[in-house]
Ligand binder design. Sequence first.
Ligand code: ATP
Length: 273
Amino acid sequence: PSITRGVTVEIPKVSWDDIGGLNDLKTKLKQAVEWPLKYADALARLGAPRISGILLHGPPGCSKTTLAKAAAHAAQASFFSLSGAELFSMYVGEGEALLRNTFRRARLVAPSIIFFDEADVVAAKRGTGSSGSSTVGERLLSTLLTEMDGLEEAKGILVLAATNRPYAIDAALMRPGRFDQVLYVPPPDEEARYEILRVHTRGMTIDDDVDLRQIAQETDRFTGAELEGLCREAGIVALRENITATIVHSRHFQTVKSSLKPALTSQEIDSYA
Ligand code: ATP
């Protein structure tokens, strides 16, 4: 039925340890997410301001979605996922209904995290689109604002939004009680790339000749998603060479790496920061 279309409910299995690098960010998120969901009463007693929403921004493929899932896992919260682009493309009224419904269901099964990907599509500054499309966007945005404001009453619900274009987000969403925190999720530096490679080779048997430190050094501008792809492909290359192979060697990583170019340019990386 249409009311559940595009919504998935689960407690994700991914944990903080599945995310390489980003240690400061993980600490901030742990506090912002786990505390309000787990210790809402204690925080209220102390008069601590409630956090309703956190905006994660940064280049694609650098773990915004995975961070939101890990946060839900840590807090044992139900995870609802909504996509701005998907809401935007729905029939008139359907997107608003799905938004309202998702918040309603999240309240029913709290603690919950609502992950809102491509938030800028719905939460774009008002009056920037063509007249037709801005009406759809404006209605969705005003529904989102109403629901976010309703969270004052609801305990144990947190909205994590993600965007590559934080500057495009309407200022109304950035007021206190809405997206109170804005966190930058940067592309991985060398140390983070090493940790990401370790995460994604954990389940593989790799030969002693594989030097993950060196691969990390040679993969400047690679995103987490690209590094994950590199590890997966190296395994496939090993199998293509020998279908009974159980060990992945350095040459397999090198073969894949030499055929890959990072999608992000240095200018893009600078522009996200
Ligand atoms: P998008 O903006 O395209 O939605 P995103 O920032 O939400 O991207 P994710 O979907 O979380 O990125 O990450 C894509 C894939 O890359 C995931 O499968 C994840 O496992 C892997 N990945 C990205 N960053 C990391 C990281 N720091 N550690 C481990 N894996 C990572």
